[in-house]
Design a protein around this ligand. Structure first.
Ligand SMILES: [Zn+2]
Length: 72
């Protein structure tokens, strides 16, 4: 998984960004085609100054691919 570094909020220019776990009924995202049996928990990067969600991401995107289709 590639690292994405966000230092400044693109909406208000705030420099304090918090990585937070997204709580939802599903608790994460699942693959649409239903092949993979696992899902990945969704996280969000939230600006502490304006509250904007700068980024949604999964920490384990590899879980979304079945082993045979896993990308390098
Ligand atoms: Zn902001």
């Amino acid at each position: 998984m590639k690292e994405v570094k966000i230092d400044i909020c693109p909406f208000c220019g705030g420099e304090e960004l918090i990585e937070s776990h997204v709580s939802s009924m599903a608790g994460g995202v699942c693959v649409a085609n239903g092949i993979a049996s696992r899902n990945a928990i969704l996280f969000a990067t939230v600006c502490r100054d304006c509250g904007s969600v700068v980024r949604f991401f999964c920490k384990t995107p590899e879980n979304l691919y079945p082993k045979k289709e896993r990308r390098k």
